[in-house]
Structures are given as structure tokens and as C-alpha cells.
Design a protein around this ligand. Structure first.
Ligand SMILES: Cc1ncc(COP(=O)(O)O)c(C=O)c1O
Length: 409
């Protein structure tokens, strides 16, 4: 209908003067907090090339245990294709309550748990429901690339605490405490860490948890790699180290432990009051997690756990080999990561890791992730993933070592 025409009034004879205004998509300004991920740039270029070896992958390459897949298929065949309760499938809440209760000798109820679409949704809910102007979040530099943008999108401020290769990328709890001030609202922890593979000892977690409880500072603990501990070391979860859950949100998922990244089930564990609020928010975002995947999760938790021990021994062998190979590579400084499936070696100080990674991909066909994808002071680093067979890792370094030897640094 033309401008000014009444409904049902014919305008057939009037000249059509419809003007389309050129419109740009007008995103909320918060979208500016989302960077173009360094990983994407590399993976896009790799997609145009032949014979690429990926040491860039952030998900397990090992197969999902058969009993987990069977449970998923059985759920579908049994017609489990509807929504679950908003907090999650009751059977999964019970399985998680029992599993964590036993693992950390901690009394939990179903109301301490919310099931989400992966740890990503859990982290999204937790950070976006709390980040606000005037609130400062302490985050390690480097860190998993989701945290800082989610905090900043909602007006929160990120205070980076560096971890350093000289210290095997361990987090110094005294540095964390020294960084706390009037505006500090929260600390984000991630052990084992992506991208460094550092596993924080119990003393680190306990010291930070105690100080945060004393000062009323919130802790978000991303524990998705909690089973990928490659040395003989007890895993220090915040659930083991905290007296109560009032200022703790422990986040994890099935993605890494059971090679279930695509099935998208994660969770938050916290106080009942926190879970009650997050549950409401969850209803207004994804509403519920994938239903057959939640049945697969029950099978994962209640089934034979030998699959985890097998997976850890495979990752350990790969870790040992890649540590060796990094040590043999000119211009790379390595260390021994204790968990996850990443190593984050340094390049010489003045070298731009982003440019080097692109050239390495073009000239050797090996794809790794530049350090600047994970922080503000990590330009001269590269992330290598050992979610690839020993043979693949060796083939990659057969290309990388002579190429690096030729670099004129
Ligand atoms: C540290 C960390 N947290 C969370 C996630 C996301 O996990 P999920 O698949 O459960 O969403 C990843 C995935 O790479 C990760 O490395």
C-alpha cells in the first residue's frame, strides 16, 4: 500500500514511488566486544588448502564410548524427543548429584545443579547474568577465548593476570590476591587450562577460594578438562576446596571427558539460590538441553569409567611426545603441560605469532592457533593441540622443525 492510502483503497493508477532506505544491520554496541577469532582465520585458510595437518583442534579426536552412543540411540528409539524439565532430565540431575557427591565427598541435592547446552551455555549464563558496569572480573592471560568478550559485552571490566612460561603457566595466587580491589566482583578459574594445559595445585585453588570467600568475591570455575590430568596429581576442584557454594559456580560438561562435544550437555553446580535464578535465565535462552544427549550423559556417568583411564593414557603418550618435539624445534620454548590436550610454547619476544602461524600454514601445511586468540600479552606464542595421533604429531613436526630452522629470528 502506498503512503497515505487507506486500507482497501485502490492505488493501481498512482505512480509507484516506493523508496527503499538503505539500511545497515545495526547491532547492539555490545557486539563490538566479540573479536574475530584467530582460530577462525586459520581454519578458513586451511579449508582452501590441500594436505593440511591440524594441530589446532579444540575437541577430542577419540571416539565416544559405545555405551554412550547406544544410550543416545535407545533414547531416540524410545521416543525421548520432547523437552525435559527446565533444570534438566531428573535422572541426569540424580546421576550428577551422586557422582560429584562421591568424587568430592560433598553433600549436594538436585537443586544445586542446572543442566545446560554444554559448558558454553553454562558460562554464558553465569557471566552474562553477573557482568555489569563497575564490576571487575579477574581472568588469566592467556585464557579460553569466551570469558573476556562475555564479560565485556555486558559492561563488566576484565583485569588480566598473566601466567608465564617460566612458571609452566601456573597461576600465582598471591598475584591474584594482590589484584583484588574495591571493584573486584569475580575471579574466573580454568584448570586444566585452555590454552596452556596448566593444572593448578590444591594450594592455589584453596588460597584463592578462601580469599574470595573472605571478601565476598564470586568464583567461576571452568572445569571441563577435570578428568584430563596427565600426571599423578589430585584434581583440585573448587567443589573440594570450598566450605559452601554461596559464591562458587562450578561449570563442566561431557564434551571432553567422554568425547561428547557435539552432543552439547554441560552443567552449573552452585548454591540452590543461584541455581534457581540461573534456571529462570536458562528458560529464556535455550530452555532445555538436548534430550537424548542427556540420556547419553546418564549412561556416561553411571557406566564403566575405564574409558576415561584409556583416554588419559593416550593423551599422556601424546603429551610426552609433543613436549619432546617442541624442545627440538628451533625458536620454540616449551614446558610440560599437566592436563587438557594443549601446549602453548613461546616464540622469541619480538616475533608476531599470528603472522608466523599464517606463514607456517601456507608454507608447511601445519595449522596451529596463534597466541593472540587467547589474550593480550600472548602475541609471541602458539597453541598446539595434541588431540591428534602420535603419528600425525610427528608428521607435523617433520615439517615444522626444518622450516623453523630457516626462520631468520
Ligand atoms: C576451557 C573450555 N571451557 C569450555 C569449553 C566449551 O565446552 P562445551 O563443549 O561443553 O561447551 C571449551 C571448549 O573448547 C573449553 O576449552
Amino acid at each position: 500500500m502506498a503512503d497515505g492510502a487507506k486500507p482497501n483503497q485502490s492505488t493501481d493508477t498512482a505512480p509507484r514511488k516506493i523508496k527503499y532506505r538503505k539500511t545497515k544491520a545495526r547491532w547492539h554496541p555490545s557486539m563490538q566486544a566479540i573479536p574475530v577469532p584467530g582460530i577462525r582465520r586459520m581454519v578458513n585458510m586451511a579449508a582452501t588448502m590441500k594436505d593440511v595437518i591440524h594441530l589446532s583442534i579444540g575437541q577430542p579426536d577419540l571416539p565416544t564410548p559405545k555405551h554412550v552412543i547406544d544410550a543416545y540411540i535407545d533414547a531416540l528409539n524410545a521416543g525421548q524427543t520432547g523437552y525435559t524439565m527446565d533444570a534438566g532430565l531428573p535422572e541426569l540431575l540424580v546421576a550428577l548429584r551422586d557422582y560429584y557427591g562421591k568424587r568430592y565427598d560433598r553433600k549436594l541435592t538436585k537443586d544445586n545443579i542446572l543442566i545446560t547446552s554444554g559448558a558454553t551455555e553454562a558460562m554464558y549464563l553465569a557471566l552474562s547474568a553477573t557482568a555489569a558496569p563497575g564490576r571487575q572480573f579477574i581472568v588469566t592471560d592467556p585464557s579460553f577465548l569466551l570469558y573476556a568478550p562475555l564479560i565485556r559485552m555486558n559492561g563488566g571490566e576484565v583485569k588480566f593476570i598473566p601466567t608465564r612460561i617460566e612458571n609452566n603457566h601456573q597461576l600465582d595466587p598471591d598475584e591474584v590476591i594482590a589484584a583484588m580491589g574495591q571493584r573486584t566482583f569475580a575471579v574466573v578459574l580454568n584448570s586444566p587450562n585452555n590454552p596452556t594445559g596448566a593444572v593448578y595445585p590444591r594450594s592455589t585453588i584453596e588460597t584463592i577460594v578462601e580469599e574470595c570467600a573472605y571478601r565476598g568475591i564470586q568464583i567461576f570455575s571452568d572445569e571441563v578438562y577435570d578428568h584430563l590430568i596427565l600426571d599423578d596429581q589430585e584434581y583440585a576442584s573448587v567443589l573440594r576446596c570450598s566450605v559452601d557454594l554461596d559464591n562458587i559456580m562450578c561449570i563442566s560438561s561431557f564434551s571432553k571427558t567422554y568425547s561428547m562435544a557435539g552432543l552439547r550437555v554441560g552443567w552449573v553446580i552452585s548454591s540452590q539460590a543461584t541455581i534457581k535464578s540461573l534456571r529462570r535465565y536458562h528458560m529464556f535462552t535455550t530452555s532445555v538441553a538436548n534430550t537424548p544427549s542427556q540420556f547419553a550423559g546418564v549412561a556416561a556417568l553411571t557406566g564403566d569409567q575405564q574409558c576415561i583411564r584409556d583416554m588419559v593414557s593416550i593423551y599422556r603418550e601424546r603429551r610426552d611426545r609433543i613436549v619432546d618435539l617442541v624442545a627440538q624445534t628451533p625458536h620454540l620454548t616449551g614446558y610440560q603441560p599437566g592436563g587438557a590436550f594443549f601446549i602453548f610454547p613461546d616464540l622469541p619476544k619480538h616475533v608476531n605469532g599470528s603472522d608466523l602461524a599464517l606463514r607456517m600454514l601456507k608454507e608447511t601445511g601445519v595449522c596451529v592457533v596463534p597466541g593472540d586468540a587467547f589474550g593480550e600479552h600472548t602475541e609471541n606464542a602458539l597453541r598446539f593441540s595434541f588431540s591428534a595421533s602420535v603419528e600425525t604429531i610427528e608428521e607435523a613436526f617433520d615439517r615444522i622443525i626444518p622450516w623453523m630452522a630457516k626462520q631468520p629470528f
